[in-house]
Design a protein around this ligand. Structure first.
Ligand code: FNR
Length: 370
């Protein structure tokens, strides 16, 4: 680690790229097909400019936020991302510990290489932060139910039902690099070994698990009937689906395009956020992930109405760079960056961040007010 000076998320990305074999690096970084959405996710933040208010007392700033029933250090958590043991041998255990030390939630992927029991145990002694279990609509309902029951048993606070993946997006790199899950990894939530998963090429294993006959009516009442945890829908991009999430009594939605890994050509999540927030009308919570790489990005998403942000790849890059310490560095960078952004825009608490904190840059002419 010492040969790299790590000041930003892109420093972590470069440090990870220097360590990871090409096939694994590309698997983590790629979006689907033409890579349009994965790039849009980050670029779309740039059109928003900050409208700082000056000469305000920012000596006593609080970044803390109430998220999923807990007070967390700042409104940024780690998205569920699979196969973290390819980045670092301790994989999700390291991510879990780093999240607990920074007092933020971690999303646990169904494709994790450690069990939800081990992942929650790793953070329990550090902080009573509840993690979130991610599930897909699975063909094997009994297995899906076992995942959910196990998560609830060890103190997870919510289920994220990832709704954008009835089939897998096409990621060319996996074909070009003939990417296969490395041998010897465990998939304890899916009750599979890596040998079982790597026997399948590319999306074949996924097709085997996920249900493409899922529906709001089939999933949500069933989830409610088997768990008392909060039920969130991850992968929503439209007002129409936020209205359905409200109708079905979900606790919240994560505005997400799966980091550009599913349907290429969907909008950047920050561009889908306003219509989702409007449709939520304060009746259902709205979080966002995709392309968030700085404290300013977090600030902008909050100004546009998100309650909390999540990051996927930054955690993977940090794990690859330096395991738990790397993820801790990533969270600290985003924390100090966000806190400084609040002070420099004249905000003392999350409640001070509003639409009036932003404007939209126009090609010719003055900043447009929101
Ligand atoms: C993911 N993501 C994901 N989402 C999910 O619901 N279940 C999963 O198993 C995974 N696995 C996964 C693996 C990898 C390598 C990546 C990069 C992403 C999507 C993830 O939760 C999140 O939506 C995006 O990563 C957010 O975008 P950024 O922050 O990576 O740009």
């Amino acid at each position: 680690p010492s040969e790299h000076i790590i000041l930003s998320i892109s420093d972590l990305q470069s440090a990870a790229a220097a360590k990871l074999p090409t096939g694994i690096r590309d698997f983590y970084n790629s979006g689907s097909t033409d890579q349009i959405t994965v790039l849009d996710n980050s670029n779309a933040y740039k059109k928003y400019k900050l409208r700082p208010r000056v000469l305000r007392d920012v000596s006593n700033v609080s970044t803390s936020a109430s998220v999923l029933g807990k007070t967390i250090d700042f409104p940024l958590c780690v998205s569920p991302a699979g196969i973290q043991a390819m980045a670092h041998p301790l994989g999700e255990l390291a991510t879990s510990r780093a999240c607990a030390k920074r007092n933020v939630h971690m999303g646990i992927s169904s494709f994790s290489n450690y069990s939800v029991e081990e992942i929650c145990e790793a953070s329990r002694a550090i902080a009573p932060i509840g993690h979130v279990m991610q599930v897909y609509s699975m063909k094997d309902r009994a297995k899906q139910e076992r995942i959910i029951k196990r998560a609830e048993q060890v103190g997870c606070v919510a289920i994220f039902l990832t709704a954008d993946s009835p089939v897998l997006g096409v990621r060319y790199n996996e074909h070009r690099n003939d990417f296969r899950t490395p041998a010897g990894l465990a998939f304890p939530m899916l009750e599979k070994t890596s040998e079982m998963i790597r026997a399948d090429t590319h999306d074949a294993s996924f097709v085997g698990f996920n249900s493409d006959y899922h529906s709001w009516a089939r999933e949500i009442p069933w989830l409610r009937s088997i768990t008392k945890m909060q039920v969130w829908i991850k992968g929503v991009l439209t007002a129409e689906d936020v209205l359905l999430a409200r109708e079905y009594g979900c606790d919240g939605v994560v505005v997400s395009n799966h980091g550009g890994r599913q349907l290429d050509g969907t909008p950047a999540t920050i561009d889908a956020l306003p219509e989702c927030v409007e449709a939520a009308a304060g009746q259902i919570r709205v979080h966002i992930d995709g392309g968030i790489r700085s404290g300013q990005d977090i600030f902008k998403a909050l100004a546009l109405g998100a309650e909390c942000c999540w990051v996927g790849r930054p955690a993977i890059w940090s794990l690859a760079y330096d395991g738990e310490a790397g993820v801790r560095t990533m969270l600290d960078i985003l924390y100090t960056d966000f806190r400084r952004c609040m002070q420099l825009t004249g905000c003392s608490s999350i409640a001070d961040i509003s639409k009036s904190s932003l404007g939209i840059a126009r090609k010719d002419g003055p900043l447009a007010r929101l």
